[in-house]
Design a protein around this ligand. Structure first.
Ligand SMILES: CCCCCCCCCCC/C=C/C(=O)SCCNC(=O)CCNC(=O)[C@H](O)C(C)(C)COP(=O)(O)OP(=O)(O)OC[C@H]1O[C@@H](n2cnc3c(N)ncnc32)[C@H](O)[C@@H]1OP(=O)(O)O
Length: 266
């Protein structure tokens, strides 16, 4: 995810938030950022695993190819206590709200798998460019983990691909391969892998060519109702999450899923 302001100011790689992935692990991504403390400058929100800049100062997000974001860190949702879950979910909400409501132009350059939480952050951007690789699936697969996507994930999905497609994809936990993601409108462009970044930059330029104030007001007009729905019920949403995730059956499902992931690796 690139933030326009930093890009325009010629500091595309200088400020990044987030933990680098563990060696041999996938970036579960953005929730390593401490979004609950000091106000988070969204300009700092680059894909956390992007390693640096190339000789031209352009970002080179190839440190961890194959994965854009593996979504929320399941280890944060397993075997912890209710206070931890509440704090974690508040951070998830905060990150999404700030991204979704950002007045900056945000372009997601999706260079790998993009399930669940990864998809929701991509959906919060203004535009999505996906690398054309059949392994790079995108979507909300929560049901396959034995959990439910929260209502605001669902709202963002419906806003993007419509009600019927969302209903079907959400129930099935369907992850769209690039061609289908394009067809259903989940992403805006599918391009060869080595063109993701340049295409994202072209998109960025296109969006930045529009007078800022008009674009920002329009963005807010389009997104406010969806964001307000969560803002009105943030505490209830946290309580729902905590009581849901604390259920023995849900904990069991998540543990089984995590174990499967670990075994698949071996
Ligand atoms: C009444 C209703 C109330 C509703 C209340 C709300 C309910 C809860 C809502 C919760 C919303 C959840 C959102 C999420 O984002 S859940 C996470 C979904 N993500 C996934 O399913 C992706 C899983 N990962 C993969 O498919 C693959 O890892 C991936 C394709 C991304 C990469 O494959 P690759 O082969 O490159 O890597 P490995 O599979 O070998 O994985 C390497 C290590 O990383 C670990 N891993 C992977 N994903 C995660 C994850 N999301 N969290 C934590 N750890 C993860 C994997 O186990 C390997 O670990 P080790 O190195 O330790 O073995």
């Amino acid at each position: 995810v690139w933030a326009a302001k930093a890009w325009r100011e010629g500091d595309p790689g200088g400020t990044r938030a987030g933990r680098r992935p563990r060696a041999g692990s996938v970036p579960t991504g953005f929730l390593d950022v401490d979004v609950t403390s000091a106000p988070l400058a969204l300009e700092c929100l680059y894909t956390p695993w992007a390693p640096g800049t190339d000789s031209d100062g352009a970002p080179t997000p190839q440190d961890c190819p194959r994965v854009f974001s593996a979504g929320l860190d399941l280890t944060e949702m397993c075997g912890r206590n209710p206070a931890h879950y509440a704090e974690y979910w508040k951070a998830v909400q905060e990150l999404w709200l700030r991204t979704y409501l950002s007045s900056l132009v945000l372009v997601a350059a999706i260079n790998g798998a993009c399930p669940a939480g990864g998809c929701i952050i991509a959906l919060a951007c203004d535009c999505r460019v996906l690398a054309d690789n059949p392994k790079y699936h995108i979507g909300l697969n929560e049901t396959l983990l034995g959990i439910t996507a929260p209502f605001w994930f669902k709202d963002a999905y419906v806003n993007t691909i419509g009600h019927r497609a969302s209903e079907q994809a959400l129930q099935l936990g369907y992850l769209f391969p690039p061609s289908e993601a394009l067809q259903v409108g989940l992403v805006d462009q599918v391009v060869p892998e080595d063109q993701v970044l340049s295409t994202a930059l072209s998109e960025m330029a296109r969006w930045l060519a529009v007078p800022d104030h008009a674009r920002q007001l329009t963005k807010n007009m389009m997104r406010k109702a969806t964001a307000d729905r969560l803002l009105r019920q943030r505490d209830a949403d946290i309580q729902n999450f905590v009581s849901f995730i604390c259920r023995d059956s849900i904990q069991k499902s998540l543990q089984v899923y995590l174990e499967k992931l670990r075994q698949r690796k071996g």
